[in-house]
Design a protein around this ligand. Structure first.
Ligand code: LLP
Length: 380
């Protein structure tokens, strides 16, 4: 394939997106009324949203604009979940009007949801976002389900929240409990531990006469960024680890995957501007940067890097930092990568760039946000 684009771009595989959704759908077989709520923050490309919706996904939203986009892409609002620790009243009003599930995150959030219900003239289906306080064993910036995180209610105040919900029968209907532990989780036991805690909360809530039917275990399943062949938990492993708990309580399961649906469907395609050495460091300088893909700079995240053009025949293999042109030293896509010295102008890809890459891209240094393409093969 000849690449004519003169700037970094994202390249997706539509077939891989389909395969990822199918893996979740197959894993959920036997669990009736479950919802795959795709976390739109991972990637909000409109064609991708349409495709995910056509495959049967619901959507997980964290802002009014994500909700508007989801509605535009045709998502069924009654299979959408509105999350967040700082949801705005006007966005909650839209959620209430549309019949979206809303997670209660705090005392003031509950207050706003009640006001939104009154303004919209609609009763809101709410879930309580509980902190199971289970360590997700991930980078602290993407850990959310621990006690000191900014998300979710104070569990010691559970009774207060239940009493509040009871006192607003015209505005709120409690339908379930929600948790989200964090992102890039690579051990399925972590989800099991949290689900055990969550069903105990559900038992407690039901014992008070609430007819709740949804357990939402959030998203967070990691993917094989390292490409070392390590076997990581699959969607089936994730669902199987909670299946008996869900069935034993006759619950409907909601899951909120983002990364595990979209990360491995895409790469960022870059061009090598040149190779240089300073002190003891070798650098491959590319046209892509932290502006297009910030995860390595922000979380010290590893994303696999490969050259896509054959290197010159005499190219020596060395250890390189792969860096962009942005004017700061945080601008790197990979550190200490063993690669043959590439020719100027040759292609270099950063893998697994479907999640939290384009959606976190900026125009820093007045770089253009990169274009996105997808490869679609027509079904015969
Ligand atoms: N549900 C909630 C409430 C969330 O906060 C998140 C992600 C998800 C679902 C989806 O999680 P996933 O399945 O994608 O792990 N920018 C970071 C990731 C931040 C994740 C924030 N919350 C990164 O690039 O790694």
């Amino acid at each position: 394939m000849q690449v004519v684009e003169k700037r970094p771009f994202y390249l997706y595989s539509k077939a891989q997106i389909t395969r990822n959704v199918e893996a979740y759908k197959e894993a959920l077989e036997g669990l009736d009324n479950s919802v795959i709520g795709y976390a739109i923050k991972a990637n909000n490309n409109f064609l991708i949203l349409n495709h995910l919706r056509s495959l049967g996904c619901g959507a997980v939203l964290v802002s009014g604009n994500e909700l508007r986009l989801a509605l535009k892409a045709g998502f069924d609002p009654t299979r959408c979940i509105f999350n967040g620790n700082g949801k705005l009243l006007e966005d909650l009003v839209l959620a209430a009007q549309e019949g979206v599930f809303v997670n209660i995150d705090s005392e003031f959030d509950l207050d706003n949801i009640v006001s939104a219900a009154r303004i919209a003239g609609k009763k809101v289906n709410v879930l309580l976002r509980i902190n199971p306080d289970v360590d997700p064993q991930v980078h602290p910036y993407v850990a959310t389900g621990n006690k000191n995180s900014k998300f979710g209610i104070r569990n010691e105040k559970l009774q207060w929240f239940l009493d509040q919900v009871k006192s607003y029968p015209d505005e709120l209907k409690l339908v379930g409990a929600h948790c989200h532990l964090g992102s890039t989780i690579t051990k399925v036991d972590i989800f099991r531990d949290a689900a055990e805690i969550m069903v105990k909360f559900i038992d407690e809530i039901r014992a008070q006469g609430f007819d709740i039917s949804y357990l939402n275990i959030g998203g967070g399943l990691g993917i094989d960024y390292y490409h070392t062949g390590t076997v990581l938990p699959t969607p089936r492993d994730l669902i199987d680890t909670v299946r008996d708990l869900v069935k034993s309580r006759n619950l409907n399961l909601i899951i909120e995957p983002g990364r595990s649906l979209i990360a491995n469907t895409c790469c960022l395609v870059n061009r090598v501007t040149g190779v240089k050495t300073n002190g003891t460091k070798n650098f491959i300088v590319i046209d892509g940067s932290m502006a297009e893909l910030i995860r390595p700079s922000l979380y010290d995240a590893y994303q696999h890097i490969e050259l896509v053009s054959p290197p010159p025949p005499d190219a020596a293999v060395s250890t390189f930092d792969v860096v962009g042109p942005v004017c700061e030293s945080a601008d790197f896509l990979g550190k200490n990568r063993e690669l043959p010295a590439p020719a100027r102008g040759s292609g270099l890809v950063v893998h697994d760039a479907g999640a939290y890459c384009m959606s976190m891209a900026s125009t820093y240094n007045l770089k253009m946000r990169p274009p996105e393409y997808w490869v679609c093969f027509l079904q015969s």
